[in-house]
Design a binder for this molecule. Structure first.
Ligand code: GDP
Length: 142
């Protein structure tokens, strides 16, 4: 059965441009509820670990540099079938390919500076939630 929580990050481009409120309002309008939230400025080590799956990709260094360029806003969101629902709501990685009305179509600047992260599986939602939040925060969110 699909889980009801997922992990999102309003990335430094959108947060720094003062779009966090608009992104969150957009998601709340689509039925997502915030169960945990924080604002933090990732270190190189944290961003490198979070995106470790992309370590061999040519854009890895640039991605880590972008993700450490300013504060971001990780959140645990709740909704039925949360992972799939949020992936649909954010749209394609490249905003030029994203459907109308998606977060990336509305707020992203480029394929890298694309406003928002969303977990791609229940397993990663759990792992990524624990990356940013305490055990008790994650348990309370579920
Ligand atoms: P997502 O699940 O849609 O966020 O996409 P991925 O997991 O494939 O990539 C993680 C993040 O790396 C994306 O959200 C972008 O910020 C960045 N990224 C992905 N592909 C590229 C690329 O081809 N070039 C650059 N510069 N950044 C990329």
């Amino acid at each position: 059965m699909a889980g009801n929580i997922t992990l999102t990050i309003i990335k430094p481009d959108a947060f720094g441009a003062g779009k966090a409120g608009k992104v969150l309002a957009h998601l709340e309008q689509q039925g997502f509820t915030v169960r945990a939230a924080r604002v933090m400025h990732l270190t190189q080590a944290q961003a490198g670990e979070f995106y470790g799956v992309h370590r061999e990709r040519p854009f890895y260094g640039s991605l880590v540099s972008f993700m450490t360029s300013g504060p971001c806003m990780p959140m645990i969101l709740e909704k039925a079938d949360a992972v799939a629902s949020l992936r649909t709501a954010i749209g394609a990685t490249d905003p030029a390919q994203a459907d109308e009305g998606t977060v990336r179509k509305l707020f992203a600047e480029s394929k890298e500076r694309n406003a928002i992260h969303a977990s791609d599986s229940d397993e990663n939602a759990e792992r990524e939630s624990r990356f940013f939040f305490s055990e008790s925060d994650v348990l309370a969110a579920k």
